[in-house]
Design a protein around this ligand. Structure first.
Ligand code: ZN
Ligand code: ZN
Length: 144
């Protein structure tokens, strides 16, 4: 498989515990579709928080290293980050540094979500504590 940018042979390497194909010349990185999912799995452990949102696409000059078709660009989630992808669902191309940005964005989002879950969990605990107290001690609490 060759780099869609410089047409050099891509080398397999490990990135954050998953296998990717990277270009030693432009330092870009090719991720098969499942590999981007795996990368998300490393950051998000709750399934409902992940899932790639493609919401704006436009054509690009790059060709898919797997099938040779012209790739498209899309905005990754709701952030200002553009990735190239193959419509045949072969994978994604990340320019140098973009993979870090993808991870950063995912981690930011994971942090926000964690905070939200914490708040909800505390609220549930409070409710539970109130429920376990007997009626009279609840009354006493009210008039204290
Ligand atoms: Zn390259
Ligand atoms: Zn393709």
């Amino acid at each position: 498989m060759n780099c869609p940018k410089c047409d050099k042979e891509l080398n397999e390497k490990m990135y954050r515990g998953i296998q990717v194909d990277s270009c030693s010349t432009c330092e870009g990185m090719w991720l098969d579709c499942e590999e981007l999912d795996e990368l998300e799995d490393k950051v998000f452990d709750k399934d409902e928080l992940k899932g790639t949102t493609i919401f704006r696409t436009f054509p690009t000059d790059l060709k898919c290293p797997r099938c040779g078709k012209q790739m498209k660009k899309f905005n990754y989630r709701y952030y200002d980050l553009e990735l190239d992808y193959c419509e045949g669902q072969h994978g994604f191309w990340l320019d140098k540094g973009e993979e870090k940005r993808v991870l950063e964005l995912m981690q930011e989002e994971a942090k926000k979500m964690a905070r939200k879950f914490n708040l909800e969990e505390n609220w549930v605990k409070t409710l539970r504590r109130l429920k376990t107290k007997d009626f009279f001690s609840k009354l006493k609490d009210l008039f204290r």
